[in-house]
Design a protein. Structure first.
Length: 147
């Protein structure tokens, strides 16, 4: 099977852990998929980015959001709920990438219309492989909405 490659994908990574964020960024780079990845560290900043407010007035709309659930302040569950309730933002696919394997978090995320839920592996190599799989699937195989 040949995967399509898109010209450029805008990705918003919402992750409070600098080490996990850097691993995620490195993994997307190694997947060699053309993209621009923007990283924010908390839910409030993510919503400002998505609504193009404040410092993010000129931010491009992401084609994909990779969202951690366990964020300081406004957590990822709240971001997901607010995002999917917004008619202007709800079509942006959201990949939940988190340490939680709680059935409650999984069900709640899907009930809030997450597009997929991935538990972060603790092993660095496995973590990088999982992120590369996310990239392969969401950025090369799936047709993303452009609006």
């Amino acid at each position: 099977m040949t995967l399509q490659t898109l010209d450029s994908i805008e990705i918003l990574l919402v992750e409070d852990s600098p080490s996990d964020a850097h691993l995620t960024i490195k993994s997307f780079e190694q997947a060699k998929i053309a993209n621009t990845l923007h990283w924010v560290e908390d839910g409030e900043t993510a919503m400002n980015y998505l609504r193009q407010q404040g410092d993010y007035a000129h931010a491009l709309r992401p084609d994909l959001i990779v969202l951690d659930l366990n964020l300081p302040g406004m957590d990822g569950r709240e971001v997901l709920a607010e995002l999917k309730a917004d008619d202007d933002l709800k079509r942006i696919p959201v990949v939940v990438l988190t340490t939680s394997s709680s059935e409650e978090d999984i069900l709640r995320s899907y009930n809030l219309n997450a597009n997929c839920y991935v538990t972060k592996p603790f092993d660095v190599r496995q973590f990088m492989q999982v992120v590369q799989l996310i990239g392969d699937f969401w950025l090369a195989a799936v047709k993303l909405p452009r609006d």
